[in-house]
Design a protein around this ligand. Structure first.
Ligand code: SF4
Length: 406
């Protein structure tokens, strides 16, 4: 498995596979051919079907500026290797310098045909173990926690990076809470984070208040993402609100230090990395269970770490969080990461807190392993019709387009 730097990426939304990935691909080709002065791009599969809504074309043009860019959306040619496929040709004075095929594989990571995962950062495998069961055994034998395993594999520097990640997460919550208005894209979606947060005069139970505040933080980050502002992929742009919302709420109400939060991010990141390695974190590949399900698993594990729970409890919480997202489809209306995505982040954040509570009492009765649920998620995702894998051709996306007033 690669560094957590490859999982938690700081970048602009609204979709890690449709904006951060293509942005990195375009930058890489620009660097490969410094004399190029025009480009031709062809987008296939989900990139073609929802790229316009996600702003894929805009981000590619901005990255390759000031040069001429021609972009074609090929919605017909099947994508046999990966649903997010992109061809890019670089020219100098009309002469072809090179043509390459890339796959945006989720979370902003991309792969060049015939090559390995790439990107601007270090992409070496730094984790020798790649199943929860092996990592758990290793940690038990040495008496260390999961965040200490991250430290052992990645070195101290990863904690400086995770501090940067945490600062960015807090910034996106703050900015999302102070910004109002309509989100871009033409759907007319209103920003609602501030409405949720700012209910000062209502009489509410502690439970309702917790629900409202956690949801407002998740809305804040998700709305920033939908507005193409800077967020942290956790593990993707579309699911970026889940992890920060629960950590921010717990820090405020329980006084956890930034150091404790960063350790929780390491544990949650390890969970996300295992899902990325053994299944997928891409909605285009495995539906929303791969994005929101993964984010919920990461958040549940991170919460358990914050509360000092054992590795068995962390496994149980991460497993429960994923298990109850199995089969969740990806059907964003208009290809925008707004409906159902924004509310879904809030609901998943609450579910992560539920998983924490269950793990507190029931971990010993666990029958399903985390590794098993990850395999099931992958198999389920592969069996989902492509209509439900970020093509905006099924589910809410289809029905809303047909009957927008109902
Ligand atoms: S429905 Fe889920 S997977 Fe699809 S774009 Fe929205 S958050 Fe991402």
């Amino acid at each position: 498995m690669q560094s957590l730097r490859q999982l938690y990426k700081i970048g602009r939304g609204p979709s890690s596979s449709h904006t951060i990935g293509p942005e990195r691909i375009a930058r890489t080709v620009k660097e490969m051919y410094p004399s190029a002065n025009s480009y031709k791009i062809t987008l296939f599969g989900s990139l073609a079907l929802t790229g316009m809504g996600h702003g894929t074309d805009r981000v590619i043009r901005e990255t390759l500026a000031p040069y001429d860019v021609e972009i074609a959306f090929d919605k017909k040619t099947p994508c046999d290797t990966h649903p997010n496929t992109m061809d890019i040709e670089a020219f100098c004075g009309g002469a072809l310098l090179g043509k390459h095929r890339f796959y945006s594989v989720g979370g902003g990571t991309f792969r060049m045909e015939g090559g390995s995962d790439n990107g601007a950062d270090d992409v070496r495998d730094v984790y020798p173990l790649s199943t929860f069961s092996d990592i758990s055994k290793y940690c038990h034998e040495r008496g260390i926690r999961l965040w200490e395993y991250v430290l052992e594999c990645e070195g101290e520097e990863i904690f400086s990076y995770l501090s940067e990640v945490w600062e960015c997460m807090k910034r996106s919550i703050h900015k999302g809470l102070v910004t109002t208005g309509t989100l871009p894209g033409g759907l007319g979606t209103q920003r609602r984070a501030q409405i949720l947060y700012d209910q000062k005069h209502i009489d509410e139970s502690a439970q309702t208040k917790e629900n409202r505040l956690v949801c407002s933080y998740a809305f804040a980050v998700s709305e920033q993402n939908a507005a193409a502002e800077t967020i942290v992929t956790a593990p993707t742009c579309g699911s970026a609100g889940v992890v920060p919302s629960v950590l921010k709420y717990m820090q405020e109400t329980r006084g956890f230090s930034d150091t404790e939060i960063v350790r929780a991010l390491a544990t949650g990141g390890l969970i996300g990395n295992l899902i990325k390695k053994n299944a997928s974190i891409s909605g285009a590949e495995c539906g929303c269970q791969a994005e929101i399900g993964s984010a919920c698993s990461m958040a549940a594990a991170a919460l358990c770490e914050l509360f000092g729970m054992g590795i068995g409890q962390i496994e149980y919480a991460a497993e429960v969080a994923m298990e109850h997202h199995l089969g969740l489809t990806c059907d964003p209306i208009g290809g925008l990461v707004q409906i159902p995505c924004i509310e879904r982040n809030a609901v998943a954040a609450m579910r992560a807190i539920n998983a924490l509570s269950l793990a507190n009492f029931l971990a010993d009765s666990r029958k399903i392993s985390f590794d098993m649920v990850v395999n099931v998620m992958y198999e389920t995702g592969k069996n989902l019709l492509s209509d439900y894998r970020e093509t905006s051709s099924g589910g809410l996306a289809k029905h809303y387009t047909m009957h927008p007033k109902n």
